[in-house]
Design a protein around this ligand. Structure first.
Ligand code: ADP
Ligand code: TPW
Ligand code: MG
Length: 582
């Protein structure tokens, strides 16, 4: 609603007749509502306290956090799940910087979000005269965002919001910064002029239709393959082209691998999934079709030894500059995945693409072999629990609950969790992503629960949890159906490291032993569980999910069970003269 008739903050007299006024606060709320924004994640304070209050009064759901980074992470994942920009609202300088980490992470992962921050007096900022929470925020934001804008006049609020929405969701989505000065928020404007200044954004993420030649070139290359492979990334999950992606995979019979957040795009137990034969398919595939996945560090940059040096690539991506970024791409298909997949299906001729039967057989044999090899450790019941036995218990509870979101961060907790927890539906797995970042846990869990109303299970390393742990108060305050399972091995990677100086301080990787994380949530009215075996874990998880209420399950894991850095130990720099601290 525009503030014109009923909600005008004030009225001015001029020449005997009244003209209604509106202000910057109202215009921001009106501009967001006009564009279908229904939720704001943030932390209030000067100068945006009244903005948060007004947004709530006007029917926007305002989720108020304990730290801006988590609010930003919630906004980012809401953007990923809904294809609408998630909104994070922050105060100036420190609050802005706290939120900026999440915006940078959103940009890195391709999630659409807008951080809206209030800012102090520009005249004082630009002369560095020392204002309250002084910072040149727009310029600080630029290197970490897809775009950064500042609104200096109240009549530009509508355009500013429109530009931010276009930038966040068009092309490769990303994090956008929108700076609103204190002056703009408080400024008065004629209500009619204000209403007319608002912009209803039309077609913010336009389809980008790939050229028919690019589709033909890609089909020809795939048809020439003997050992083809499809790789699905989170761009494919984001695109919400689930049915067409599945249809193309099933019609061509090509084996596929999901990147972690693409798990569930096809159910993990799909017969064409090559996940259990990952290293063999990467090394032996002769033609690889990337759908919404970058050849970054997570895929060994597409290079040997992980990949065959002679493999040829199809890459379906909305970003033309992603092509050839790490390895030459023989058949680029630049466009949005929805349009691309329907074009592939329209142009595919029956029987045109047929993977060699020996390729399918090789993969099936390797899957069986690897699954058998895993079975022994998966079925073991060590005491205390290790990562595998605890994850098995969680997997079994979640197996018939495909609607549940899984958030996952940590090192071993993440790397082993990714392999053991099967996903059955698209966009249900949310994790550390492209940066391997810690701290997304509670923000992503809150964003997923708020946008979907569905339960969330956050599987968290004890270190990982600590980065956003205070948000358990937020979870309890809004009664969100979030169950947090903390893999408590007493440290970063492991809990058994020692101080090599012999001094009394603990080693840098080690936490308080046997910490009672379960008691933390009781302070806010949630339920705490303390479990030491898989049966106890399964029961606590089933009970917590059945209650639909916030819970923490403190899951005691052997402190010696993890490996340093989980599965990416090779990324630790090794001293050429023998190693530090050994
Ligand atoms: P993963 O980490 O799962 O491998 P990445 O984040 O590395 O995935 O890659 C996702 C890719 O998907 C990015 O290059 C991005 O440009 C692309 N992408 C995102 N959305 C779309 C879309 N709607 N259509 C086409 N490509 C997309
Ligand atoms: C923002 C470095 C990577 S993994 C990790 C850290 C601190 C925690 C691993 O311990 P955890 O898991 O969570 O207990 P587990 O199961 O192995 O015991 N700061 C940021 N991001 C990253 N990635 C780090 C530090 C790191
Ligand atoms: Mg740990």
């Amino acid at each position: 609603m525009i503030a014109t008739e009923t909600k005008a903050p004030s009225e001015a007299e001029s020449n005997g007749h009244k003209s209604a006024l509106t202000d910057g606060f109202h215009l921001v709320v009106d501009a967001l509502k006009l564009n279908g924004i229904d939720t704001i994640y943030g932390v209030p304070g000067i100068p945006i306290t009244d903005l948060a209050r007004l947004a709530q009064a006007e029917g926007i759901r305002v989720i108020s956090f304990r730290h801006e980074q988590s609010a930003g992470n919630a906004a980012a994942i809401a953007g990923y799940l809904t294809q609408k920009p998630g909104i994070c609202l922050t105060v100036s300088a420190p609050g802005f910087l706290n939120g900026l980490v999440a915006v940078a992470n959103a940009t890195t992962n391709g999630f659409p979000m807008i951080q809206i921050s209030g800012s102090s007096d520009r005249a004082i900022i630009d002369l560095q005269q020392g204002d309250y929470e002084e910072l040149d925020q727009m310029n600080a934001a630029k290197p970490y965002t897809k775009a950064a804008f500042r609104v200096n006049k109240p009549e530009d609020i509508g355009i500013g919001v429109a530009r931010a929405i276009h930038a966040a969701v068009s092309g490769r989505p990303g994090g956008v910064y929108l700076d609103l000065t204190s002056d703009v928020l408080s400024a008065a404007l004629d209500a009619d002029a204000g209403e007319k200044s608002l912009v209803h954004v039309v077609d913010p993420s336009p389809r980008q239709i790939p050229s028919p030649e690019s589709i033909q070139r890609a089909l020809d290359l795939l048809a020439s393959a003997q050992r083809p492979l499809i790789l699905l990334g989170k761009g494919a999950a984001y695109a919400q082209a689930d049915a067409d992606i599945r249809s193309f995979i099933e019609k061509t019979g090509i084996p596929y691998l999901p990147m972690s957040m693409a798990k569930g795009l096809l159910p993990d137990n799909h017969p064409q999934s090559a996940a259990a034969a990952r290293s063999v398919v990467l090394a032996q595939a002769d033609v690889v079709m990337l759908i919404g996945a970058r050849l970054n560090w997570l895929l060994g940059h597409g290079k040997a030894p992980q990949w065959s040096p002679t493999a040829r690539f199809v890459q379906v991506d909305i970003s033309p500059t992603e092509i050839d970024s790490n390895r030459p791409i023989a058949a680029p298909v630049v466009g949005d995945i929805g349009s691309a997949m329907s074009a592939f299906l329209a142009m595919l001729k029956p029987g045109q693409i047929q993977p060699q039967t020996t390729w399918i057989k090789t993969i099936a044999e390797r899957k069986e072999h690897n699954i058998e090899r895993m079975a022994a450790s998966l079925n073991a019941n060590p005491s205390p629990m290790n990562f595998t036995s605890a994850l098995r218990a969680i997997r079994d509870v979640l197996d018939d609950k495909p609607e549940i979101y899984v958030v996952n961060e940590g090192a071993n907790t993440l790397d082993i969790g990714r392999n053991i927890i099967d996903m059955h539906e698209p966009r249900k797995r949310l994790d550390s992503g492209t940066w391997g970042v810690m701290g997304i846990g509670m923000g992503y869990a809150i964003g997923a629960a708020v946008t979907s109303g569905k339960p969330v299970v956050a599987i968290e390393g004890d270190s990982a949890f600590g980065f956003s742990g205070m948000e358990i108060e937020t979870i309890c305050r809004y009664s969100l159906p979030i169950v947090i399972v903390i893999f408590n091995n007493g440290g970063i990677y492991r809990g058994d490291d020692v101080n090599r100086s012999g001094g009394v301080d603990p080693a840098p990787m080690v936490f308080v032993k046997a910490a009672r994380y379960d008691k933390l949530i009781e302070a806010f009215g949630g339920t705490g569980h303390h479990v030491t075996d898989p049966q106890g874990l399964a029961k606590a998880l089933a009970d917590a999910l059945a209650s639909g209420k916030p819970a923490i399950i403190n899951c005691i894991i052997d402190p010696t069970a993890g490996t340093e850095s989980g599965h990416i130990q090779n990324l630790n720099p090794k001293s050429q003269i023998g190693g530090a601290g050994k």
